[in-house]
Design a protein around this ligand. Sequence first.
Ligand SMILES: [Zn+2]
Length: 112
Amino acid sequence: MRESTKQLGLRIPADQYNKLQDYAKSQNKSMTELIIRIFDDFLDASTPGLCQFCHTLNSLDASYCQKCGEPLTEEAKKESDRLKEYYNNEDVLIRIVEKMLEKKGFEIVKKE
Ligand SMILES: [Zn+2]
């Protein structure tokens, strides 16, 4: 699992906040940890559009996360795995480059 950055913004009534803060203290956790835990429990793996990597909530019909590009649906995951297999295969990569070079507009440029 890749390292994820979680950013959450919440507006909580003061009395609720105090209650949460007391609870966080009793659990030896920071407020942020506690709120992320609550969000994680609330938005579980079955939540449509929720990215399991960066926790971005995407639109319900999204196949890929708009923030990190990870697949969101089973179908997208299969497709992504298939592509990764391709891209990790050196022969396939060389063939793709050869095909690109055959087409006009592509050339190998040495990076300075
Ligand atoms: Zn994501």
